[in-house]
Ligand binder design. Structure first.
Ligand code: FAD
Length: 457
């Protein structure tokens, strides 16, 4: 980057400590968890921003974007960098816009809507919400580190999704404000259905600066681990609990053996050879759940009241995409897929996958409610990676037998499987980022010349 840009940006921000050019820090803040994918690792290693800016509010963000627009500088938004498709990795250098200091919780309304800035950590929001009788409807297993803005920009769901659906369901995101990348950047409010223009667009069509997030009434939760001798018995039991609305649950996760053997800090709860189910269940139903588990042939290996994120063990630390992390610590060859099984034919789908790929695929199921209100067996199966061809063969086969795959081995919004068929994210990009400077290269259907504004110099 032309050194003049750095000195101009320093003058603009007014606080040199928030304009970072130190190569180690720039490198650190240019990376996310893309290395979960051997395919992305090859594509993204060495991709870096050139300067990191740490704004404090929307006004400063407007000033920065005005300058970057005028000077054709790419801008990649960053929350906490826990995304795992290289969403926050700048492909064309330029500015990394680190939003971690735009981190104020403005209010939690009496109707249970949190109003906050994007850099607020989800864990901080959960703690504050619990203090006043509310909790997050759903959160990623990275809750302690991940930001609200990054979850909206790149995440989808997690703990709580079995009860409340994913982030994009049931009007969980009530509204958000974005700053546009135009000659005069505007702050635009998106409410209701309009939030979908921006959600999961990887920061390619606006910088989210304010969020209205609906919460759920807080529940006194407990955690429980149950082991079963076979995957099939465990799956039957987990499905029964997950789909029966009588049970008030926040997490229903199934790990076939040997996945539990990867959880080194909690091996005392993982008897050799057993499939484990991790539950978060209303404390008032814990004894009932334990009884039902024993009746179904399960062994309860751990249970207790969940005191919050300081729980030890914190079972959520082993679920959702944390499972992949534990597997990779054991053997670097492991990677993963993100799947949705058909609730009516899941057993057959899994049988066919096992027949075709053996233990190259290991079943890790995460039950979640879909947008129609049906609880389905989502999954983040582990994949023992050998070649890209073999991985693609597995993805193709999944799709052939009706298993939905959101491919985590591609580095663009469209390829990831969460792109909206109505193109609203692309249409918003054409309006708000006509030069294509926001996280360039990540929305591949966008072409600057097709947008209404000016192209780059
Ligand atoms: P970042 O990685 O910093 O950013 C994510 C995307 O959003 C990037 O494209 C970035 O440019 C964009 N962005 C960031 N801030 C803004 C903003 N203010 N405006 C516009 N765009 C913005 N995801 C789940 O959904 N569920 C899970 O359970 C889950 N578990 C995970 C477990 C592990 C171990 C890991 C490594 C990842 C997991 N993820 C999961 C992925 C990731 O944690 C979530 O997507 C998380 O919400 C990202 O938050 P972040 O603050 O780190 O975002």
């Amino acid at each position: 980057m032309n050194p003049k840009h750095v000195s101009d940006l320093r003058a603009l921000v007014g606080d040199p400590s928030r304009v970072i050019v130190n190569p180690q820090i720039v490198e650190q803040l240019s990376r996310d968890f893309y290395w979960y994918s051997p395919v992305l690792r090859r594509q993204l290693d060495g991709k870096l921003g050139e300067v990191v800016l740490q704004p404090l509010d929307a006004i400063e963000i407007q000033k920065i974007l005005r300058y970057c627009y005028a000077n054709d500088l790419p801008v990649t938004a960053r929350g906490a960098g826990t995304g795992n498709y290289g969403q926050a990795v700048p492909l064309q250098g330029g500015v990394v816009l680190d939003l971690s200091r735009v981190d104020r919780i403005e209010s939690i309304t009496s109707e249970g809507v949190a109003v906050c800035q994007p850099g607020v950590r989800l864990g901080a929001l959960e703690s504050e919400a619990c203090r006043v009788g509310w909790e997050l409807r759903c959160y990623p297993s990275t809750i302690i580190k991940a930001s609200v803005g990054g979850f909206l920009g790149g995440g989808s769901g997690g703990i709580g999704s079995v009860k409340n659906g994913n982030l994009r369901d049931f009007q969980t995101v009530r509204a958000l404000e974005v700053v546009t990348m135009e000659p005069e950047p505007r702050v635009v409010l998106h409410e209701g259905e309009k939030v979908h223009d921006i959600l999961h667009a990887w920061g390619t069509n606006g910088i989210i600066t304010r969020i209205w997030l609906a919460l759920a009434p807080a529940v006194n939760w407990s955690q429980c681990v149950v082991g079963f001798g076979t995957f099939s018995a465990a799956f039957d039991f987990s499905e029964k609990i997950a789909t029966d609305p009588v049970w008030d649950k926040r997490l229903v996760t199934v790990f076939e053996w040997p996945i539990p053997s990867f959880f080194t800090p909690i091996l005392q709860y993982a008897p050799e050879g057993k499939t484990l189910i991790f539950f978060m269940i209303a404390s008032s139903q814990l004894a009932g759940l334990e009884g039902a588990a024993r009746e179904a042939g399960g062994v309860v290996t751990q249970s207790g009241v969940y005191p919050g994120l300081n729980a030890r063990p914190l079972l959520s630390d082993y679920t959702w995409n944390h499972t992949t992390l534990w597997a990779m610590r054991t053997d670097k060859a492991y990677t993963y897929l993100q799947c949705g099984f058909n609730p009516d034919t899941a057993r057959d789908q899994m049988r066919r996958l096992r027949e075709r790929f053996g233990t190259e695929i290991l079943f890790h199921m995460e039950f979640m409610k879909n947008g129609d209100g049906r609880v389905i067996p989502g999954a983040i199966p582990l994949v023992y990676y050998t070649t890209e061809e073999r991985l693609n063969e597995m993805i193709d086969f999944c799709r052939e037998i009706g298993v939905f795959v959101a491919n985590p081995h591609v580095n663009n919004v469209e390829g990831g499987g969460r792109y909206r068929a109505d193109n609203v994210q692309l249409l918003a990009k054409q309006r708000y980022d006509p030069k294509g400077l926001l996280n360039p290269g990540k929305m591949i259907t966008f072409h600057a010349e097709a947008a209404t504004g000016a192209t780059r110099k």
